[in-house]
Design a protein around this ligand. Structure first.
Ligand SMILES: Nc1ncnc2c1ncn2[C@@H]1O[C@H](COP(=O)(O)OP(=O)(O)OP(=O)(O)O)[C@@H](O)[C@H]1O
Ligand SMILES: [Mg+2]
Length: 356
């Protein structure tokens, strides 16, 4: 039999990164705990003022219950909105509010039809290259299941600060390499897998974009999660994304993958522009022979795909060990002056030209 104490023990693990990492129990956010024949129900109390980490806390609570309770005990997490001492303007937790992206000139999704082709690598390096070229840039990591931006930028373990403005709580992005970064990874405890239901993942994601104090930006890039599912469609519909960059590799023999990526943005319900394709891993250059190019997967795959879909080939990025290593080390290749860095600077220049 699961007791209230067992549940409170589990909830001690859920900390609020925006409130000095205090537990939700300490913060008085556990409104009710019900244990009955049909399982356990925990109700979390949120103030009327929107908490930018609400979805994160709901997800963490759910994860803590799953981890600590016997696997046959069903658990549910509910929320309730409570009054505050000083009444604040009424706002639903999930209501979309575009104030924080009002100063953003262009929102660009970095997508692909297929996973693992280098979307995050291209997104991080393009962000750094645009910043190096003098643009104001932000990047939101939309991969709520497997966020990779903190590692790729060497900002793992940092915790964004929160700030209150006009009765709303905002998250301040992490700044490094002249870019503003935001990722749900900053709110996850190390080694803890994030467990989300579909709609919750969507909401958490939108909060990571709409409740962040981006300020004035020339470009806000969104590193899209792998796939072309509901999260993607909902994101593109609800956030004023201007267009997309589709990342592909030359071994993407299946045109269908690229087509899926393009169609996410081009279908009649959303109809956003495609800035172009980026062919990643276009050729192989060994570290010890930086001047050599081996077109192991054929030479014109990217160009052919671009032509087939009537879009531009914005850039070609080589497959070089340093790109992977710099990703692992958190120092994007685009910051360097090698051929890999140059490839990203060229891509940034082409995008800027195209977007102008
Ligand atoms: N041009 C490149 N040269 C060398 N390694 C690369 C290159 N592009 C990507 N990689 C490596 O390939 C792996 C996958 O890249 P990345 O995580 O950027 O792909 P992704 O499309 O974002 O994946 P996912 O679909 O899982 O989000 C990483 O280890 C990355 O360092
Ligand atoms: Mg990725």
């Amino acid at each position: 039999m699961t007791t209230r104490e067992d549940i409170l023990m589990a909830l001690q693990e859920v900390r609020h990164p925006g409130k000095q990492d205090k537990t939700i129990v300490e913060l008085g956010m556990v409104h009710a705990i019900d244990t009955g024949a049909d399982g356990v129900r925990v109700t979390l109390a949120f103030p009327k003022r929107r908490d930018p980490l609400a979805e994160y806390l709901i997800g963490s609570t759910r994860a803590a219950l799953i981890r600590h309770l016997p696997s046959d005990v069903k658990s549910t997490v509910d929320t309730i909105v409570v009054d505050e001492v000083t009444p604040k303007p009424k706002k639903n937790i999930n209501e979309l509010d575009m104030d924080q992206i009002a100063g953003v000139k262009r929102i660009i999704g970095i997508a692909s039809g297929k996973g693992g082709v280098g979307k995050s690598t291209v997104a991080v390096n393009l962000a750094c290259a645009l910043a190096r070229s003098g643009y104001k840039v932000g990047l939101a990591d939309a991969d709520v299941y497997g966020p990779s931006i903190p590692t790729m930028t060497g900002t793992e373990g940092m915790t964004p600060l929160a700030e209150e403005a006009d009765g709303k709580e905002l998250i301040l992005p992490i700044e490094k390499y002249g870019v503003k970064w935001m990722s749900i990874g900053y709110f996850a405890q190390k080694g803890q897998a994030l467990i989300w239901r579909g709609p919750m993942a969507c909401n958490a994601l939108k909060q990571m974009i709409l409740q962040v104090k981006w300020g004035e930006l020339d470009y806000l890039l969104i590193d899209m999660p792998p796939g072309t599912g509901d999260i993607h469609i909902s994101l593109i519909q609800d956030i004023p994304v201007d267009g997309a960059i589709i990342v592909t590799t030359p071994q993407t023999v299946a045109l269908a993958d690229v087509e899926k990526g393009i169609n996410m943005f081009r279908n009649e319900n959303v109809n956003r522009q495609i800035y172009g394709l980026v062919e990643n891993m276009a050729w192989f250059t060994p570290a010890e022979h930086p001047d050599e190019k081996y077109f192991i997967f054929g030479k014109d795959g990217g160009a052919r795909l671009a032509e087939q879909f009537g879009v531009e080939l914005l850039g070609r990025i080589p497959l070089v060990q340093s790109i992977r290593e710099s990703g692992d080390d958190g120092e994007p290749a685009a910051l360097g002056s090698g051929p890999d860095g140059l490839a990203f600077l060229n891509l940034a220049a082409r995008l800027a030209e195209k977007a102008a």
